[in-house]
Structures are given as C-alpha cells and as structure tokens.
Design a protein around this ligand. Structure first.
Ligand SMILES: Cc1cc2nc3c(=O)[nH]c(=O)nc-3n(C[C@H](O)[C@H](O)[C@H](O)COP(=O)(O)OP(=O)(O)OC[C@H]3O[C@@H](n4cnc5c(N)ncnc54)[C@H](O)[C@@H]3O)c2cc1C
Length: 472
C-alpha cells in the first residue's frame, strides 16, 4: 500500500515526487513510457519564464513567478544547468510601447522585479542583430534557460535517492475506489491512499477513470526549429514579440545546450499523438522571427520537432476533487508548466496537508545531487583534468556534440534504456549528423551495459526498434 501514487513522470510529476520525498511517505511514480520525460516535458522551449504575459490573478502566473525563484535553488542543489539570460519583448511603434507598459504593470502585480523599458540606443549596443525597426523593448532580467529533460531526470534521480519508487512502461488503465484507490496498470495493481494525476496530455483520461468528467485536454501544437551551434550568439537575450491571446508568440530562443531555437507555433489540433512538423509551420516561424532578427537563415536549421501543450481552459487546474476525495488533479499544465513545476509541487504538498494527510519530515532527506559531467560544457583545462582521472572521457563517441563513452555509460547507469534516453541525457546524436556517426557505437554500449541483444534496442521503446536481427 502506497500513501501516494503519482501518475505521470514528466517534469511536473517528478517535481512533485522530489518535493514529497522530503517526508516519511511511501510514494511511487507510474509512467507509461519506457523512460521518464518522454511526454510534453521533452519537447518545449526550455525557458524559465519570469511570469510576464500571464494575468496577475491567474494561478499559472503566480506559480510561474514562484517557480522562477525555486528553479534557481533547485538547480544549485541538483546540479541542473540554469542560466539567467533575460528576455526582451519588443515594440515597433508607440502603440506597442503602450502595450509593453501594460505588460510591465501586470508583471509588477505578480511580483516580477527589475523590469524596465529600453530604447534603440540600448538595443543597438546590447542586441546588435535585432531588427533596427524595433524602437523599444521590455527587458525582463529574471528570464532564464534550462535543459527541460535534464531537469526532469535530475529531479527523478534525487526523488529515487530519497525513496520514491519509479515504475516506467507502466501505463495506468483503470482506477477503482473503495476504502483506498486500486490502480490497474500494465505492471499490475497498485493500492494507494492518494492519487496525484500529473498525466499531461492524458490527464483528462486519467480523471475520467476516477469518474471526473469535467476536464478536457485540448492539445495546442508548437513546432520548433533548432539552429546550428555556430549561431549560438545570434542574440544575447530571449527575444519575444508582443503576445497574442493564445500564445507568447514566435520567439528567438537561447537554449542551455547552445543551439538557438526558433518557434513555437500555436496550432489547435485534435490528435494527442500529432507531433508532425510541416512546411507551413516552418514558413510561419521563419517569417515571424525574421521580423525580430532579420539575419536568421533557414539554412542554419539542423533539426525540428513539435510538442503539444496540454491545454484545458486558460489556467492550470490543480485541486483535490470534491466528488472523489484524496484524488488530486494537476491538469491543463500548459506553458509555463516547466517553470512552474517546483511551485506546483509545493502547492500540491499544501493541498495534501489541507486534505488531512499527516506527514513528517525525514531526518535523512538528501537534498543534493552530484552535477553530471558534460564535456561539451567544460573548458580545455577542465577537460584535461577529467580525462586524466578517467580515460573513458577521452573516448569520444559523438563527435558533433563531444560526448564520451564515460558520459554514455553514466547515463545508462542513471536509467537510460533507449537511444532517446541517451540523447536527452547526454546530447549524443543531437548534432549536425543526427547520429550518423555515433548511432551504432551507442547501440553497442547500450547492448553491453544492459546485457540485451542489439535488436532489442529501440529509439524510444514500443515499436521503435532499430535493427531487425542481429547477425550471429
Ligand atoms: C512547444 C512547447 C513549448 C513550451 N515551452 C515552455 C517553456 O519554454 N517554458 C515553460 O515553462 N513551459 C513550456 N511549455 C510547457 C511545458 O512543456 C509543460 O507545461 C510541461 O512539460 C508539462 O509537464 P507535465 O509533467 O505536466 O507533462 P508531461 O511531460 O507530458 O508528463 C506527463 C506524463 O504522464 C504520462 N502518462 C500519460 N498517461 C499515462 C497513463 N495512462 N499512465 C501512466 N503515465 C501516463 C506521459 O507519458 C507523460 O510522461 C511548452 C510546451 C510546448 C508544447
């Protein structure tokens, strides 16, 4: 019997698990994919939003501002790369400057600090590639960037170290409630006193299993396009246009791995599995970002992907259900869900307390995690030191992104089972050659370390196998 079962191992589920792992509770995460963070949390812009562009009375606005503060503390404790790069929301005319003033005012109500409107002379010095027709911008220094999947992995590792059980390839198929919840899954039946539904795009399906019918998740697709690392410094800040009703607009994004990104689109779609990208998405993104930074060239695009925002109305839905006591929905976690995740976790912890769950702090809670070594983030001197201690760091497997055998083996020891699991943890296969050089080597390392034949290695589990048959 568990005290709490969290359904969904995205950044929200893992943040909740890590927060609750501070207490003497028996907790498990049930995740349907073969690895953590294979849902919405793997395909987003990686921005730690400051909270602007949210209504001051919205839950998501409040949790975003709080999350922005909490992420920094978590990043330090768990060794997650976080950079405060700042954001510029730009204006082309006086009317748009008036909009910036409104956004600033709304942001101040939410408690966002140090915002100021900067004008052309400042922009010319600090953001020289910006369209010279941009006359002013709202500078919001507290905006930052993070690796979204590494954030989820590092949260889950620390949660596991503090006793949280993590079950992957464990789709929840039905929920029954008597005195306790009985949760039917691919790995059998789990019993629990509480359920936290953090199932992202599928939170409505999980809610329905418990008899809650008023949540409907509507996916909103965002197509994103990654540029070559050589364009890393095309901008110094995150560049935003003025927001629309449904989105923060199409952005020029700095990423924690160096490749700038352009996007996302905002398209209402019906299919929760529609992760397609297309020519019209690309054309729309290119024309929008060229208005911000005219030198952006489609020839520099090296990869693209789409993610689906789990939208259910305008705001996040985080509540204990009156009709199903001890069932907590964490649904409609669209953007800025990555930013808000640690604040959502605290909010859920408070909900559990008010619902009557009694929990005491663990005396042996381990708040820290050793930072993962990434050669691509190290300067030459540090690299030399790392390699002199462990020669496997000198055995380079992915040349584009400078990833060594030691990093790949460490990723497997930390839970990677698939090619994507390796990619998200280490960046191997993310460069210009898209794994043309390193795929077979990584497969061999996976095969050796996991002691499975090559034909059981997949891109991301399920039917995504890579080789049909291994020759004897
Ligand atoms: C294009 C795009 C850009 C974005 N940019 C940003 C940004 O820059 N900053 C920001 O703050 N936010 C951003 N977001 C929002 C952010 O990505 C999400 O809010 C966040 O990732 C949601 O996390 P989650 O854990 O709720 O969902 P998920 O990561 O989807 O996790 C839910 C998990 O539940 C699992 N699951 C589903 N059904 C079941 C079942 N039956 N049984 C077991 N498990 C199940 C899924 O497999 C999944 O892993 C963006 C989103 C998109 C799409």
């Amino acid at each position: 019997m568990h005290d709490i079962i969290i359904i969904g191992g995205g950044v929200v589920g893992t943040a909740i698990a890590r927060e609750l792992s501070k207490y003497r509770l028996k907790i498990a995460i049930l995740e349907k994919e073969v690895e953590i963070a294979f849902g919405v949390s793997k395909s987003n812009s990686g921005i730690i939003h400051p909270g602007t562009q949210n209504k001051s009375n919205s839950l998501k606005g409040k949790l975003c501002v709080e999350g922005n503060k909490l992420v920094r503390k978590l990043a330090k404790k768990l060794g997650i790369d976080f950079k405060e790069v700042g954001q510029l929301i730009v204006a082309f005319n006086q009317e748009e400057i008036e909009r910036l003033k409104e956004i600033k005012k709304e942001g101040e109500l939410l408690g966002i600090k140090k915002m100021k409107i900067v004008f052309r002379p400042w922009l010319a010095v600090n953001e020289p590639n910006l369209n010279p027709e941009i006359i002013a911008a709202l500078l919001v220094p507290s905006a930052g960037i993070i690796s979204p999947y590494r954030m989820a992995y590092d949260l889950s590792e620390n949660a596991a170290k503090n006793g949280v059980e993590i079950y992957t390839d464990c789709e929840v198929t039905n929920i029954k409630k008597d005195k306790y919840f009985e949760i039917e899954s691919k790995l059998g039946v789990f019993s629990s006193r509480y359920i936290i539904n953090a199932a992202g795009l599928f939170a409505d399906d999980i809610a329905r299993m418990a008899g809650i019918k008023d949540i409907k998740i509507k996916p909103r697709k965002g197509q994103e396009f990654l540029l070559d690392k050589k364009k890393e410094n095309i901008t110094n800040h995150l560049i935003f246009p003025l927001p629309s009703q449904t989105s923060k607009g199409t952005l020029v994004i700095k990423t924690s791995d160096g490749n700038p990104m352009i996007g996302p689109t905002a398209e209402e779609v019906e299919d929760k599995y529609d992760l397609s990208t297309d020519e019209s998405g690309l054309a729309q993104v290119i024309s929008s970002v060229k208005r911000l930074v005219p030198s952006i060239n489609p020839k520099d695009i090296i990869a693209y992907f789409a993610g689906l925002r789990p939208v259910s109305g305008e705001d996040f839905i985080i509540r204990e259900e009156k009709s199903v006591k001890r069932f907590i929905n964490v649904a409609g976690i669209q953007s800025p869900g990555l930013t808000a995740a640690p604040a959502i976790a605290l909010y859920v912890s408070k909900l559990l307390k008010t619902s009557g769950l009694k929990f005491k702090r663990k005396l042996n809670f381990k708040p820290f995690r050793r930072k993962t070594i990434h050669l691509f983030q190290s300067d030459k001197k540090l690299m030399k030191k790392i390699i002199s201690k462990n020669k496997a760091f000198g055995d380079i497997v992915c040349r584009c992104e400078l990833v060594s055998r030691a990093e790949i083996e460490a990723a497997i020891e930390r839970g990677a089972k698939t090619m994507d699991g390796i990619k998200f943890r280490t960046r191997a296969q993310s460069g210009r050659c898209h794994g043309g050089f390193c795929t077979t080597r990584i497969m061999r390392i996976l095969s050796e370390k996991l002691n499975i034949p090559l034909n059981e290695i997949s891109k991301r589990g399920g039917k995504s196998g890579i080789v049909v048959k291994e020759r004897g």
